[in-house]
Design a protein around this ligand. Structure first.
Ligand SMILES: NC(=O)C1=CN([C@@H]2O[C@H](COP(=O)(O)OP(=O)(O)OC[C@H]3O[C@@H](n4cnc5c(N)ncnc54)[C@H](O)[C@@H]3O)[C@@H](O)[C@H]2O)C=CC1
Ligand SMILES: O=C(O)C1=N[C@H](C(=O)O)C[C@H](O)C1
Length: 249
């Protein structure tokens, strides 16, 4: 079988650089293009699959460019809004054989943490998400935290749970964090960190803590490669690598 031709957008970045290295090292993949800010994406070097790790403001246009040319895309860039996802879905209807995977987190432990949080949510009255990242991260809350909170909120709603209990009436400086679908999310930016998250679930007399740590960006690479190898077999839009890993609920 011939190699999958892969191009990387955001190739000069922390994630894009690592992806270029692992694609180059993979015997079944061929790196045919590296693109970054200001580059003309053109024909994408003849790629059949693109990996996109750029910035939230640029990612939708980059992905649209790939889809227009019939090229599959594995997207790691976070911060996609619901309306932008809807536009992408519409575009994909015109290109039914093209696959796009958008994964807020490619680390297996983070995917499992999200799943475990979703499973645990209905048993606990209280829940808070704390995400901790390196200080160069541009978006807050992280895509992983936003997705975790959405999954928890949906599980709570399915179980008939109401709002999380919170008696705070005075919080002028946002000390209680942001709310994603009603779930409190706290973002910490600290030199020395890579990507970390805790989900705290509290009930009468007990707490369950779910924690995941990416100590190094190598933790994302097996998931990215699984995405590249699987994307052609998943036409349309898929959100979350769990759907490629047999973890569908
Ligand atoms: N899904 C996942 O598992 C992970 C997702 N991320 C996300 O990936 C994204 C990138 O993260 P990092 O690599 O740490 O950031 P970074 O800042 O190191 O890299 C971003 C790169 O995108 C480039 N860029 C900016 N505008 C562009 C444009 N219009 N077209 C092409 N390239 C452009 C920048 O020049 C830079 O080289 C962020 O959204 C981050 O949240 C990061 C780690 C893991
Ligand atoms: O910017 C990062 O570094 C990361 N971004 C993703 C996110 O926003 O969730 C994934 C991981 O947390 C690392």
């Amino acid at each position: 079988m011939s190699n999958i031709k892969v191009a990387v957008i955001g190739a000069a970045g922390r994630m894009g650089g690592q992806v270029c290295r692992v694609v180059t090292d993979a015997p079944d993949l061929e790196l045919v293009g590296r693109y970054d800010q200001g580059d003309d994406l053109g024909d994408l070097g003849g790629a059949t699959a693109v990996v996109e790790f750029s910035v939230p403001s640029a990612s939708p246009a980059n992905v649209a460019h790939c889809v227009e040319r019939g090229v599959h895309v594995v997207v790691g860039t976070t911060g996609w809004a619901e309306t932008t996802l809807a536009t992408l879905r519409d575009q994909l209807e015109q290109q039914p054989s093209v696959g796009v995977l958008i994964a807020p987190n490619f680390a297996i432990g983070a995917i499992l943490m999200m799943r475990f949080a979703q499973q645990a949510a209905r048993f606990y009255e209280s829940v808070e998400v704390i995400e901790l990242h390196h200080p160069n991260k541009v978006d807050a809350p992280s895509g992983t935290a936003a997705r975790t909170a959405s999954l928890i909120a949906a599980a709570r709603a399915d179980a008939g749970l109401g709002d999380v209990p919170d008696a705070t009436t005075q919080d002028p400086d946002g000390a209680r964090g942001a709310r994603v679908d009603g779930i409190p999310v706290h973002s910490i930016r600290l030199r020395g960190l890579v990507a970390h998250q805790e989900v705290l679930l509290g009930g009468e007399g007990e707490m369950l803590t779910l924690r995941h740590d990416s100590f190094d960006r190598t933790s994302f690479m097996p998931g990215v490669l699984a995405g590249v190898r699987g994307v052609a077999a998943h036409p349309g839009l898929t959100v979350g690598l769990e759907h490629y890993l047999g973890l569908d609920a």
